[in-house]
Ligand binder design. Structure first.
Ligand code: NIG
Ligand code: FE
Length: 397
């Protein structure tokens, strides 16, 4: 990659990006197919936005130029589900799972204990490390949840730290019932929907709940409804951890309440698929979790053929799946969930943007944020064709 030319002495500096063998715009009006592909492309970036996009031979002049030497450019990945504010390590739990132990969410308590014991500076450093790791792999937007504090103080602290790195912050006080409330779930839900919500809402855009009636420490449909309705009254958008460990009410509840996204969707019955098809809730699939918990993968084609919007995200967390890599998730979605590479790339970019109800990211039409991922490859197809190879990185302009 090379950068040349002086900046403009006054006014915003525009940058012409050339040497793009293949540009994925996700704008079907601008290029071929659903990904809106332009070959031998160029784009102009000004004030952090896409100012022009098209074939290189039509490119206008700009103040400076960046030449990518025949690489592919795709919209930066939108990772709409991650848990990055935590301390501690659960590698031993992962190893036990690989030798047959099931995942039931019980290990979350150990991360809660480590997180409560950590200083702000330790949590901030861990968060910064993971965000940098994501950026190095092409992610330009990440949603970050609380949920390893589970006291008023520790949930507010987690959200304040998350807000230092992203506007997409999610209050997950209803991650699990913490140890000190075991046997008193109603009291904990009252805290989550009362004092804790009031303290957290100013620092959050979203509220989320782990709706999994089969899991000892998670929440049933009534508790999840209470959490979501209280969050909505406090002005938060809704997201749900749904149908991860078994069939359940989470997906249908998410659709009924107009949640932006139902996440996991590992165990779906026909009524869940019908509900998603009839609503506006995105189905967010998290294949790194199936990988790291040795669970069956959901069938993405079943959702796509029903016309449901599908997003892909990492769910990066220290327990059920500790990958920060959107390219890894994309490759898994192609290999294990029946997606084409084009569908998986769309879901990892536009799908994530839809799951966050954002129209300024996930695509590269004129006016969009100039969030670019450059691939050290001539085509987006290499994202699945070359799994585990660090092809993607963000392009800072
Ligand atoms: O998305 N389902 C609950 N929460 C996380 C797991 C958190 C953990 O195991 O620490 C998830 O899989
Ligand atoms: Fe999660």
């Amino acid at each position: 990659m090379s950068v040349e030319g002086p900046g403009s002495p006054s006014g915003p500096v525009s940058t012409l990006v050339t040497g793009v063998a293949e540009l994925v715009t996700n704008d079907p009006e601008r290029g071929q197919g659903p990904l809106g592909i332009v070959e031998d492309a160029a784009l102009v970036v000004e004030s952090g936005r896409v100012a022009w996009v098209g074939p290189a031979y039509q490119a206008p002049a700009a103040d400076q130029r960046t030449h990518l030497g025949g690489r592919a450019v795709v919209p930066g990945f939108v990772d709409s589900h991650a848990h990055l504010v935590f301390a501690g390590d659960r590698a031993a739990e992962f190893e036990a799972r690989m030798s047959g132990q099931p995942y039931d969410g019980g290990g979350i308590a150990s991360t809660v204990a480590s997180t409560r014991a950590a200083t702000d500076q330790q949590l901030r450093a861990g968060l910064a490390r993971l965000v940098a790791e994501m950026r190095r792999q092409g992610t330009t937007t990440v949603e970050v949840k609380s949920g390893y504090g589970l006291t008023v103080h520790d949930e507010v602290r987690s959200l304040r730290l998350a807000a230092e790195v992203t506007p997409e912050t999610t209050y997950l006080g209803a991650h699990v019932v913490p140890r000190e409330y075991v046997g008193r779930t109603d009291d904990y839900v009252a805290l989550v929907t009362g004092e804790m919500l009031a303290a957290c809402a100013p620092h959050a855009r979203w509220v989320d709940v782990f709706c999994e009636p089969g899991a000892a420490s998670a929440f049933d449909a009534d508790a999840a409804r209470a959490v979501l309705e209280a969050g909505a009254r406090a002005g938060l958008g809704l997201r749900v951890h749904a149908n991860q460990l078994g069939p359940g009410p989470g997906v249908r509840l998410a659709v009924e309440l107009g949640a932006a996204s139902a996440d996991h969707c590992t165990h779906l019955c026909d009524a869940d698929v019908d509900a998603l098809a009839g609503g506006s809730t995105v189905a967010t699939l998290l294949p790194s979790i199936e990988f790291s918990t040795r669970s069956p993968y959901p069938d993405a084609q079943r959702l796509l053929s029903a016309g449901i919007t599908v997003a892909l995200a990492t769910d990066c967390n220290p327990g059920s799946g500790y990958s920060s890599s959107m390219p890894f998730c994309l490759a898994l979605a192609v290999r294990e969930m029946g997606m084409t590479t084009a569908q998986a790339l769309w879901s990892a970019t536009m799908g994530g943007a839809r799951a966050l109800r954002r129209d300024d990211i996930g695509h590269l039409a004129v006016g969009a944020r100039a969030d670019l991922a450059v691939l050290d490859a001539p085509s987006y197809r290499h994202l699945a064709y070359r799994p585990g190879v660090p092809l993607a990185s963000t392009l800072e302009l």
